[in-house]
Design a protein around this ligand. Structure first.
Ligand code: UT7
Length: 327
């Protein structure tokens, strides 16, 4: 028995932050941002609202669409690096708010690979035979940890949430294989230094802006290009897939150039490479389910789909799925 995605939901805040808006805040410009990243605009969630706000809306859109009784949901997983609070899982709150009173919930902290690792976790729960309905949500309010005076990070990130429902599949469709990796020795290249157990928040850490996300962009870029392409190639080789067999690449949306490098290495045609980075920027754990949501109507039952990601940790990987339903 396989685990397959049987429904998709999403939520994006209404407020749009364009490259032109950023030009007024930091020393940057629309041309540079588009040519170096592919991003034109991103969404920003209102102050006072947490990641759970978006995660709840994304999960509720699945419940409505699939007409499922929330009491049938067994498990809610939220992949995020911007939980509502450090202590208490955002997923537990989301489960309660959507009425999933028979479920348990926990968060996954794997940054941009959170959704991919979450797919692995959620499908293992289904494949065990013990659980029938798992809601996996990738959600991040990156605007809560971005320093809007740092042009290395503020131009990239945005807020959003995407969700999927995973259920058992007896037709051989759904998750087929995964290739997941991490490398903690490079954690300093993309991190929030303060606010954890190693360096708790103090007046000094706030003044030195160590509570914001820091990125050594150039270095992260190099690792991202190599590893995301490598993982995608590995998963193709291991499953005997040629470039013609792959129906779509659903890659983490961090930088258009990283996605292009990955698809070139896989040798797949441009029309199979799905992108919405120009509209939402990098929403961290939400990028992959937001692609699924935007392009759901393109997927056909039996399509061979590759998920790929790279992010802080470092964490990266690829997954091979056979799409399980027609829209
Ligand atoms: O999602 C998790 C993983 N994250 C990623 O995968 C992100 C990986 N990194 C990147 O996407 C890219 O490194 C960035 C988009 C962050 C930066 O692009 P880059 O092509 O690596 O730029 P760079 O840092 O090498 O800078 C090139 C030039 C520099 O000027 P000089 O020294 O050549 O005169 C920078 O000062 O561009 C300048 N620059 C900017 N100019 C305008 C850097 N940031 C900006 C900016 N606007 N925002």
């Amino acid at each position: 028995m396989n685990a397959s995605i049987s429904a998709i939901g999403s939520y994006l805040p209404e407020k749009i932050l364009t490259n032109y808006d950023l030009e007024k805040i930091v020393d940057t410009n629309d041309d540079w941002i588009i040519s170096r990243t592919g991003i034109k605009e991103r969404r920003i969630l209102d102050k006072g609202l947490g990641t759970s706000f978006m995660a709840i809306k994304a999960a509720q859109s699945i419940i409505k669409k699939k007409q499922i009784n929330p009491l049938e949901i067994d498990l809610v997983i939220v992949a995020t690096i911007t939980p509502d609070m450090h202590a208490t899982a955002t997923a537990a709150y989301v489960a309660s708010e959507i009425g999933a009173f028979n479920a348990f919930g926990f968060d996954i902290n794997a940054a941009c690979s959170g959704f991919l690792y979450g797919m692995s976790t959620a499908s293992a729960f289904i494949e065990s035979g013990r659980y029938k309905k798992v809601i996996l949500i990738g959600a991040d309010k990156m605007s809560s940890i971005v320093d809007y005076s740092d042009r290395n990070t503020c131009i990239i990130f945005g807020d959003g949430a995407g969700a999927v429902l995973l259920e058992p599949n007896n037709e051989g469709l759904g998750v087929q294989d995964e290739y997941l990796r991490s490398d903690g020795s490079n954690r300093d290249l993309l991190r929030i230094e303060a606010g954890g157990s190693q360096l708790p928040t103090t007046k000094e850490t706030l003044e030195s802006k160590k509570h914001f996300i820091f990125q050594d962009g150039k270095n992260v870029f190099k690792h991202a290009v190599f590893n995301m392409a490598d993982a995608s190639e590995q998963i193709m080789k291991r499953n005997g897939l040629t470039n013609l067999d792959v129906s779509f690449l659903v890659a983490h949306q961090a930088n258009k150039r990283i996605i292009d490098a990955t698809s070139n290495r896989m040798g797949i045609a441009d029309e199979k490479v799905l992108m919405n980075i120009h509209r939402y920027g990098n929403t961290t754990a939400a990028t992959i389910p937001l692609i699924l949501s935007d392009f759901e109507s393109k997927f056909k039952k039996g399509d061979n789909i590759i998920f790929a990601s790279f992010g802080a940790g470092f964490s990266w990987g690829a997954m091979f799925l056979k799409w399980a339903y027609n829209h």
